[in-house]
Design a protein around this ligand. Structure first.
Ligand SMILES: CC(C)(COP(=O)(O)OP(=O)(O)OC[C@H]1O[C@@H](n2cnc3c(N)ncnc32)[C@H](O)[C@@H]1OP(=O)(O)O)[C@@H](O)C(=O)NCCC(=O)NCCS
Length: 154
């Protein structure tokens, strides 16, 4: 059975390995970056663990920042191991993260996704995110990102 639980700093090595499985070099986070995002005071995170094997199947990290005095949520990453995809885990993780962001008073959530990542774009569209912009060379200076946004219900 899969259960959601909070991320602990002891999970860092496992999350680092999953991120490298999910993203190519240049897009995957370094260990230092992941540690920074996990320990940041305005970050929220969640992971999905297989109870039977106690292995992590996926995780999500977000943070909040102030824009014109209002908290905005920012999805840092969501990673589901390839063997565990299409089980609904991505949606479970995002629902949990969006609930945490909403509880923190966030009305808008933003993210960036690579223009060539059609699966993630379809995933986010299904969750109610819509494209609001494009950032040239966001990844590695050469690959554009789409900016996507979702308004949360109060
Ligand atoms: C994007 C990702 C997190 C989705 O995780 P997942 O657990 O497979 O997603 P779910 O099973 O919850 O799927 C939810 C919905 O997303 C969409 N979706 C997911 N995978 C899809 C695919 N391969 N093709 C088309 N739509 C897809 C579908 O609408 C799906 O609903 P459905 O299964 O009822 O049709 C996962 O593919 C992943 O980790 N990819 C690599 C990392 C990545 O790109 N992260 C996003 C970075 S911006």
């Amino acid at each position: 059975m899969i259960r959601l639980r909070g991320v602990e700093i002891a999970d860092l090595d496992a999350l680092f390995a999953i991120d490298r499985e999910c993203f190519r070099p240049g897009i995957a986070y370094s260990r230092v970056e992941l540690r920074y995002y996990l320990s940041h005071p305005r970050s929220v995170s969640i992971l999905a663990e297989d109870d039977a094997t106690q292995t992590i199947a996926g995780f999500a990290i977000a943070n909040t920042y102030l824009e014109k005095g209002s908290p905005v949520g920012h999805i840092i990453t969501i990673d589901v191991r390839s063997a565990n995809r299409r089980w609904g885990l991505g949606r479970m993780l995002m629902d949990a993260i969006l609930a945490q962001l909403s509880a923190a008073g966030t009305a808008v959530v933003r993210l960036e996704v690579a223009v060539d990542n059609a699966v993630a774009q379809a995933f986010y569209q299904g969750l109610g995110f819509g494209q609001t912009g494009r950032i040239r060379g966001y990844y590695m200076g050469t690959l554009d990102a789409l900016v996507m946004e979702k308004r949360l219900n109060p």
